[in-house]
Ligand binder design. Structure first.
Ligand code: ZN
Length: 284
């Protein structure tokens, strides 16, 4: 073993798929997904080596909210609690109580993911709106931000977000891929825009959204295991690949990738709280 390899006792350098870029925060990752069951520890180690200092593990149902909270505790990461629009029909007094109980835990840093998905419409639109509204109210009550999923629902999403008054929670428009109406609304309500690997796809034509996103509202996410950025497209996504998305934002804005890493991480800490600055093993 060479001297250089000897400095990395946890993993060989060949395991790192990308050159590191630090500090990064993956603000949206489904690390509880069963596709990570086999090698979750190695995925986290690769993330750390790539410069990802923290991961927000996102829930999509009441059951998953419990699971990701345990995972976040175990791994010194953070979690969300919420019910995805796909399963909005499961929203009732019991699920509401489960989400609310999770929100009392300091490792649960946000509500979500919630919102509207009219593309698949797995739950009726009325149920989606009801569950979204209820989760916005819970977030306001617990003073935590809301991770919002929006697909093919621009008109209703804009209307619901515009309806938020003062004292309402901070909004994170996750894996932003909506149209101009939601973008404009997001600007008006001071929402965070979280960009995923989708911006590296050839089909992504909205570089203007990245250029016009206020620097203080820019976040980065993988949405892993989904949406792996180029050159990993088609593979299982993982937090280490966030480097590619940061590099693409930097390319579009004509700035150094390190600037984007610093800025998006500072924004993530501002949005989700100082828990995100804690880095496991940072003092060893
Ligand atoms: Zn997601």
């Amino acid at each position: 073993m060479s001297q250089l390899e000897g400095r990395r006792p946890d993993a060989s350098s060949s395991e790192l798929p990308v050159p590191p870029l630090a500090p990064l925060v993956d603000t949206h990752c489904h690390l509880g997904d069963r596709r990570f069951d086999e090698d979750r520890a190695r995925v986290i180690e690769r993330a750390r080596l790539a410069g990802v200092i923290h991961v927000v593990i996102v829930a999509d149902s009441a059951g998953e909210s419990l699971r990701v909270r345990e995972l976040a505790r175990e791994l010194d990461l953070s979690a969300t609690a919420g019910v995805h629009p796909h399963v909005a029909s499961t929203w009732n007094a019991d699920t509401a109580a489960a989400i609310e109980a999770a929100l009392a835990d300091p490792c649960v840093v946000a509500v979500g993911e919630t919102g509207l998905d009219y593309h698949y419409e797995h739950s009726p639109r009325a149920d989606q709106k009801r569950a979204f509204e209820a989760q916005l109210a819970l977030a306001a009550k617990h003073r935590k931000p809301v991770v919002v999923h929006s697909r093919d629902a621009d008109q209703d999403m804009s209307a619901m977000l515009r309806g938020l008054g003062p004292g309402n929670p901070r909004i994170i428009l996750h894996s932003f891929s909506s149209g101009p109406a939601v973008f404009e609304t997001g600007l008006e309500i001071d929402a965070y825009f979280s960009f995923s690997g989708m911006i590296t796809f050839k089909s992504w034509k909205r570089q203007d959204f990245i250029a016009n996103c206020p620097p203080s509202r820019l976040l980065l996410e993988t949405d892993a295991p989904y949406l792996a950025p180029v050159p990993f497209r088609g593979r299982r996504n993982e937090p280490a690949f966030l480097v590619e998305t940061a590099k693409e934002v930097a390319r579009i804005l004509g700035v150094d990738p390190g600037t984007i890493a610093q800025r998006s991480t500072a924004n993530a800490v501002e949005c989700f709280g100082s828990r995100l600055t804690y880095q496991k093993g940072e003092n060893r």
